[in-house]
Design a protein around this ligand. Sequence first.
Ligand code: 9UX
Length: 71
Amino acid sequence: MPTTDLTLPITGMTCGGCVRSVTSVLQALPGVESVRVTLAPAQADVRFDPVQVTPAQLRVAVEDAGFDVPA
Ligand code: 9UX
């Protein structure tokens, strides 16, 4: 299965709980194969199947969880 790797910058995470929240919402999306979220740098590295999920959907999931993805 071909996958895409994407790094999303994320603002608004202040603790390990935030990191777990972001990890959880991303991993819940269909087609997401692996997620690594870090506070410093504040970002999520995501590997996903682009047939099943789009970068825009990843972004919306993070925003719906209360964080921001700067352009
Ligand atoms: Mo802890 Mo991060 O309440 O919002 S999860 S600061």
